[in-house]
Design a protein around this ligand. Structure first.
Ligand SMILES: Nc1ncnc2c1ncn2[C@@H]1O[C@H](COP(=O)(O)OP(=O)(O)OP(=O)(O)O)[C@@H](O)[C@H]1O
Length: 360
């Protein structure tokens, strides 16, 4: 999959920009604050309906503007050419596919896949569990047909159960919601288990390349409730505790995963740079598995790679990427320190004050 054209209006310091992208490496170079990350944010927004940067969504809209919009022409081997867009007006996101508004954003999000490594990506390893759950679920959304149905059923049952708990309802009145929650919750966990069983071997391969000094790595996926127990039994057993707290304390909304290494058994044993490389391995492994499972590489965004990794690791990442067929959007204040392989098709753009000009 590749983005042929990306148009952005009123996103951060970009008032209006249109960029024709190449199929291989697209290099965006410019000073601090020029608007490089904002362009990656625009691409990511089409695929996730949120930014990878934390903060209020309103801060994405250029100061003084009413709304923002992002539009892309996306080419994919299986679906041909699609014109996709996302617009934020007041409090509402509106998606567009091939010239018409979509009902909700699901239809849009299915059309484009973008993964991103950026300065906050180490949070995938060392940050809160929510980021790690979202990471898995983004992939499930694309590869598991039942994912949306299962997740919707689960969230509806969770909302109902929590509201009953807060109103002091107990006993048999909770039964139907416990049953619905357990049913969807077990299904969700089974999807996550299937996914990590395919994804983790890819992570291992990349960790061997990027972090050989740490030895073998292993993955722990926790479901969000006691290992080996049935979720329905756990919900029943926790009712009183949940009532006191006013919310449900077990289930896939509490799931998490972690990666540990022979030479770094705890997360705290990793340096910040090693955390970043581990996050890079997780993200690139996800991209590669996506390509295997769907037949299309997602677009890969790498923000400020040279400041995130040392020259040796930067070269290792770029050389791995060269061997794949993905479109890459790479930003930096300067060109990568490692010489880019001659056979890597590339385009370079100069970025200044939210304007993008292709360098010939
Ligand atoms: N809502 C907004 N309205 C207008 N300008 C904004 C808004 N939010 C952020 N900016 C500005 O947008 C500019 C672009 O930021 P961006 O993070 O894209 O820069 P960058 O080129 O990636 O820089 P760096 O190399 O420092 O990471 C910054 O100058 C920032 O102050």
């Amino acid at each position: 999959m590749r983005i042929r054209e990306l148009r952005v209006e009123n996103l951060r310091n970009i008032s209006s920009a249109s960029v024709s992208l190449g199929p291989g490496l697209n290099l965006f170079l410019g000073a601090n604050g020029a608007g490089k990350t904002s362009l990656l944010e625009a691409a990511f927004l089409l695929s996730h309906a949120r930014s990878f940067r934390s903060g209020k969504r309103e801060s994405l809209v250029r100061r003084g503007a009413e709304s923002l919009s992002v539009f892309a022409v996306v080419e994919s081997g299986s679906r041909g050419e699609r014109r996709v867009g996302l617009r934020r007006d007041a409090d509402k996101w509106v998606g567009r596919v091939d010239g018409r508004n979509t009902e909700g954003l699901v239809e849009l999000l299915r059309e484009i896949a973008v993964v991103c490594f950026e300065p906050g990506s180490h949070g995938l390893i060392g940050g809160p569990g929510e980021e790690r759950r979202r990471f898995l679920d983004w992939a499930l959304f694309h590869v598991e047909q039942e994912f949306m149905d299962v997740a919707r059923r689960y969230r509806r049952a969770l909302k109902q159960r929590n509201s009953l708990l807060r109103r002091g309802v107990s006993g048999r009145d909770l039964d139907p919601w416990d049953a619905a929650l357990a049913d969807a919750g077990e299904a969700w966990q089974a999807q996550r288990e299937r996914y990590v069983a395919a994804w983790f071997p890819e992570v291992e391969t990349l960790c061997r390349q990027f972090l050989p000094e740490l030895g073998a790595c292993s993955l722990r996926l926790s479901s969000g409730w006691a290992a080996g127990a049935r979720l329905c039994d756990v919900l029943l057993e926790r009712r009183e505790r949940d009532q006191v707290r006013g919310h449900t304390g077990a289930g896939p909304h509490r799931a998490d995963w972690s990666i540990s290494f022979q030479e770094a058994p705890d997360r705290e044993h990793l340096s910040r740079g090693q955390e970043k490389l581990c996050a890079m391995a997780c993200i690139l492994a996800q991209a590669r598995l996506f390509a295997t499972q769907t037949g299309e590489w997602p677009v890969i965004c790498l923000d400020d790679l040279s400041s995130e990794l040392d020259a040796v690791h930067e070269a290792a990442v770029l050389s791995w990427l060269r061997a794949q067929g993905a479109q890459i959007l790479l930003t930096g204040t300067d060109a990568p320190r490692s010489a880019l392989p001659d056979d890597m098709e590339r385009m370079t753009f100069h970025v200044e004050q939210g304007q993008f000009s292709a360098l010939l």
